[in-house]
Design a protein around this ligand. Structure first.
Ligand code: SF4
Length: 426
C-alpha cells in the first residue's frame, strides 16, 4: 500500500510539474511575441517626424525618438496605441508642447496647459503622452463628416448660400453642460469607436470633387484636433479652398496666430459674459476668449460671434448689454452677432427652451448698443433670421433658417442705398 501511495504522490507531482512547465512555456511564448512583434510595428511606424512650426518638441533630424528606443512591454503598449495613429504618415505628433525634466509633457495648445504624465491624456482626451512625445490620437480620424450650408455655422457674411464640408472628432477642451454634440465632444475616440480614415489629402480631394468651396471644423472644438485642422488648412490654401472653424476660442496666443495664417473665417462661441458662467457651465474661463476675439479681429480674418441664450444661466439683460458694449468697443460695431435659442439637452435637459421674447430682448439690446448686424438663430422663420442694411434699413439678405431666399448685395454693397456691407462675398 505504501508503495502504491508513494507512486500516486509521485504521479501527481509529475503532473503538477508538467502543468507548470506548460503554463511557463505559454507565458514565455506570449512575452516573447509581445516583445518582438510589436517592436517591428513601432519601428515601421516611426518615419521622420513632421516639421511643424511652433512646436518646441521637434528634434533635429537623426535624433533618437522615444518610440525607437521602446522595448518589451513598453513597445507593445506603444504598438497598441498606434492603432489610432496614421502609421503611413505619422503626422499625429502634437504641436505646441514642452518636454519636462521628468517624463511628463506640458501642452501649450489651450488655456488649460495640461501637465500630462507618461501614458496619460490631457483634459481634452485627445492628446497623449507616449514616452515623452505628445500625440494627437484623432489625427485623420474624424467621427463626424457632413456637408452643411455655411449659414449653419452660423456665418451670415461669408459666401452666403454656399456649402461647407464639415469635420469633427471625439473630445473637447470644454465640459459644457448644454453641449448639443456631447456624444462626440464628451467621449474619447475609443468610447465612440467609430471614425473615418480621412487624411488631409483625402479631405481636400473630397471638397474639390464635390465643388465645395469651404472646409469647416465644427461639432466639437477644433482646438482638440488642432494638428489635423492645421495640416488641412495649409493644403486648402494651396488648392484654392477656404477654411472656416467654429470654436470656443480658448487657444493660447501662439497656436491661434499660427492657425489664423491659413484661416478665412472664424465663428466664436461667446458663451456668456461672466466668469461664473464660464466656470460653472463650461468648466472654463472667460478672459482667454476675450483676448482671442481681439486677436482674431486684428488679424483681418472674418469673425462672427454666437451667443447661445440659456434661460436663467446667461439671459440677464444687464450681462447681455455689457457683452454687446464690449464687442462694440473692442471689436467694432460691424462684427455680426447671433443670439441663438437653447433647446433642452445633455445635462441641462430639464430646462425649458429659450423663450423667443428673451431672444428679441437680446436683439433689441444689441441694436441699442450700436451693433449693426444682429440676428436670431434656431428660430426658423423669425424676421431676424435675415440681414438688414444698417443705413437704409432694407432687408439685404432674406434668410429663413439656413436658406437664402434673396440676396440684395451688389459687389458687397447694399443694392438699395450703396452702403458697403463688410464680409467675404466671393
Ligand atoms: S489642448 Fe487638450 S491637452 Fe492641451 S492643454 Fe488643452 S485640454 Fe490640455
Amino acid at each position: 500500500m505504501l508503495i502504491i501511495a508513494l507512486l500516486c504522490v509521485a504521479a501527481i507531482q509529475f503532473l503538477i510539474a508538467q502543468r507548470k512547465n506548460t503554463i511557463s512555456e505559454l507565458e514565455v511564448r506570449i512575452l516573447h511575441e509581445t516583445a518582438q512583434a510589436p517592436a517591428d510595428v513601432v519601428t515601421a511606424a516611426s518615419p521622420p517626424k513632421p516639421q511643424q512650426p511652433g512646436s518646441s518638441s521637434h528634434k533635429p533630424p537623426g535624433e533618437t525618438t522615444a518610440s525607437t528606443v521602446a522595448t518589451g512591454h513598453e513597445a507593445a503598449q506603444a504598438a497598441a496605441q498606434e492603432v489610432f495613429q496614421d502609421t503611413r504618415t505619422n503626422k499625429g505628433e502634437a504641436m505646441f508642447y514642452q518636454k519636462m525634466d521628468d517624463s511628463r509633457v506640458k501642452c501649450d495648445l489651450c488655456f488649460r496647459k495640461c501637465l500630462i504624465p507618461d501614458g496619460k491624456r490631457g483634459f481634452c482626451r485627445n492628446r497623449e503622452n507616449r514616452a515623452g512625445t505628445l500625440f494627437s490620437v484623432v489625427y485623420s480620424k474624424p467621427s463626424a463628416v457632413q456637408v452643411d450650408p455655411v449659414e449653419k455655422e452660423p456665418q451670415h457674411h461669408f459666401l452666403p448660400g454656399t456649402q461647407i464640408l464639415c469635420l469633427g472628432t471625439a473630445g473637447c477642451n470644454y465640459r459644457c453642460l448644454h453641449c448639443q454634440n456631447w456624444h462626440l465632444s464628451q467621449r474619447s475616440i475609443e468610447e465612440i469607436n467609430s471614425y473615418y480614415d480621412l487624411t488631409p489629402e483625402k479631405v481636400i480631394a473630397t471638397a474639390l470633387e464635390r465643388n465645395i468651396p469651404t472646409i469647416s471644423f465644427t461639432y466639437n472644438d477644433p482646438i482638440s484636433f488642432y494638428e489635423y485642422v492645421y495640416d488641412i488648412a495649409k493644403l486648402a490654401q494651396e488648392n484654392g479652398l477656404r477654411i472656416l472653424w467654429h470654436s470656443n476660442g480658448s487657444l493660447n496666443p501662439e497656436p491661434l496666430k499660427e492657425l489664423l495664417k491659413y484661416t478665412d473665417a472664424v465663428t466664436i462661441d461667446l458663451k456668456g459674459f461672466t466668469d461664473k458662467f464660464y466656470r460653472e457651465v463650461s468648466s472654463a474661463e472667460l478672459a482667454p476668449v476675450l483676448d482671442n476675439l481681439k486677436t482674431i479681429k486684428q488679424s483681418g480674418v472674418w469673425l462672427e460671434i454666437v451667443n447661445l441664450v440659456i434661460p436663467t444661466y446667461n439671459d440677464d439683460p444687464g450681462d447681455i448689454r455689457r457683452m454687446c458694449a464690449w464687442i462694440r468697443d473692442n471689436l467694432g460695431p460691424d462684427v455680426p452677432v447671433h443670439f441663438s435659442r437653447f433647446g433642452p439637452t445633455y445635462r441641462l435637459a430639464k430646462l425649458p427652451p429659450t423663450p423667443v421674447a428673451t431672444l428679441e430682448t437680446a436683439y433689441g439690446i444689441a441694436r441699442e448698443e450700436g451693433l449693426n448686424y444682429v440676428s436670431l438663430g434656431n428660430v426658423p422663420g423669425h424676421i431676424n433670421n435675415s440681414t438688414f442694411c444698417p443705413t437704409c434699413g432694407k432687408r439685404i439678405i432674406h434668410r429663413v433658417h439656413f436658406n437664402i431666399l434673396a440676396n440684395e448685395l451688389t459687389e458687397g454693397h447694399c443694392r438699395f442705398c450703396g452702403h458697403p456691407i463688410p464680409g467675404v462675398w466671393e
